[in-house]
Structures are given as C-alpha cells and as structure tokens.
Design a protein around this ligand. Structure first.
Ligand code: HPA
Length: 276
C-alpha cells in the first residue's frame, strides 16, 4: 500500500479504538480557536504525537490535539492546531488528518485560520468567509501517486467552498448580528510574511486575504468529496498597508480579541452543517 495511505489508515484505526462516536463534522481550529474544544461534550482528546501516522506540529499556539465529542448534539472531530507546510513536511503529509476525517465518517469540514487583510476595506478582527482560493504555495497536496480510494486524479475545483452552505452561513450570520465579509484567500508557503510588492500583486490577482494554511486541506477535502467551509480571521493588515512591521504576537493578540465572535460564528456554521 502507498505509505501515505498506510499512515492514514493507521491513524484512523487508532482513533476508532478510542471512541464509538462517528463524527459528521470536521473542524480545523487555527490560531486562538483551540478553546472551542472546551464546549464539546464527553470529549475524547488525543495528542497528535500519540496518533500513529499523524504529522506533529511544532508552532507555538498549535498544541496539536484531536478532540472528538458532541457539540449541541452534533458529532464533531476537531483538530486543535494544525501542521503547516512551512514546517517542512510535504503537503501530502500535512493533510493526512483531513483524509483520516473522511475515513472516520466526516461529511463537511470547517477550516479556520488567521490571515492578513489585503482588501483595504477590511480591518483587524474582520471575519471573512472564504469564497475561493488562490494556491500560491508552490505545491499541491495531490502531487504524487493518486490515492484512488479517496478521489480522482484530476478533481474539479469549481466549487471548493460549497456555495449552498455559504449562502446559509451568510444568512445565519446576519441574523445573529455577526459582521461577516466574504472573499478570496491566497496561500503562500510562508514562513516569512509577504513583502509589500507581493501584497500588491495578490490584490491585483483578486485576493482579499493572505495566509499560510487551509488551501492544501481544502483541496484534499474536495478531492475526497467532502463539503468545505472556510473562515478566516483577519488578524492584521497585510505587509505595506500600515506603517509598521508585522509580528506573530499581533496575530495571536487579534485572534484572542475576536475569539468570542469567531466562536459564535463557528457555532452557527455547525448548526447549518448539521442540517445538511
Ligand atoms: N500573511 C500571511 N499569513 C498570515 C498573516 C499575513 O499577514 N497574518 C496571519 N497569517
């Protein structure tokens, strides 16, 4: 068997032995959102480092836990933290947890992240529903032998972030008084932030936000036929837009400040995904 497929199967078998719950919704919790897991009932938590085959994160603020439990009755598998491409693994490896979600029963994945605002009408703390992406990471998680059991060699990417779900999420957010914008997310490999020239290029290409994650996960999730929702927290304006240097502490601080609003939105998304 393909070594990546073996790792996916080992991880899924291990997690299955820890819980009887069949998760319907998969959640990837980016910077500052890990607290969401506190709200899961009867949760089972497993460190990434304990799951055979799983990649292990190295970045501060991404502790790396799989948490499986119910949220308002909906069976959820949450990844508290993620492994980023810039940590050195291949995109095939860092997306192993997404395929594990599929094997465990997940139908819809909600991907969250922190990103830099490119759209000049955004502010620090703006929440953006991802309508589409630009893969500027220089790689693709589907490079290499195709894992036919998951999906086709040349998967369609015409509706990565399910249009129908986005429509419902926008309506729900409006009803809850959550200010939700929508836009295109561009991914770079990182770990250096963009230069001002790169940010101008991304704006010219039609991007509204830029970050270092999410796109490989979205591609793998769509490849295997899961529905995808993406929500980005604009933690800072991208390079060159404000007259000061970017630093990771600012990203973490803004993510913490808007956490409550972000969590309310996540809750709304869960309610909508559960209906589908
Ligand atoms: N650029 C890239 N990734 C990011 C940023 C940014 O400005 N902010 C948070 N993640």
């Amino acid at each position: 068997m393909n070594p990546i497929e073996l790792r996916i199967r080992d991880a899924a078998d291990y997690i299955r032995r820890k819980t009887d719950l069949v998760p319907e919704l998969g959640l990837v919790l980016g910077s500052g959102l890990g607290d969401f897991c506190v709200g899961l009932d009867h949760a089972v938590s497993i460190p990434f480092s304990e799951v055979p085959g799983f990649p292990v994160p190295t970045v501060e603020g991404h502790s790396g836990m799989v948490v499986i439990g119910r949220y308002n009755g909906v069976p959820v598998m949450a990844l508290r933290g993620r492994v980023h491409y810039y940590e050195g693994g291949t995109q095939q490896e860092i997306t192993i947890p997404i395929r594990v979600m599929k094997l465990l029963g997940v139908k819809t994945v909600l991907l969250t992240n922190a990103s830099g605002g490119i759209n000049t009408s955004f502010r620090e703390g703006t929440l953006m529903l991802i309508s589409d992406h630009i893969n500027f990471s220089g790689a693709n998680p589907l490079i290499g032998p195709n894992l036919d059991v998951f999906g086709p060699r040349f998967p369609d990417m015409g509706d990565v972030y399910t249009r129908e779900l986005r429509k419902k999420i926008r309506a729900q957010a409006a009803e809850m008084g959550i200010d939700l914008r929508e836009g295109i997310y561009a991914m770079t490999s990182g770990p250096s932030y963009e230069t001002p020239a790169e940010v101008r290029m991304f704006r010219a290409l039609g991007a509204d936000a830029v970050g270092m994650s999410t796109v490989p996960e979205a591609i793998v999730a769509r490849h295997t036929g899961m529905q995808v929702v993406g929500v980005s927290c604009i933690t800072n304006m991208a390079a060159g837009l404000l007259d000061r240097p970017l630093d990771h502490a600012e990203v973490v601080e803004t993510a913490n400040q808007v956490k409550q609003e972000f969590l309310r939105l996540v809750e709304a998304v869960i309610a909508i995904c559960a209906e589908n």
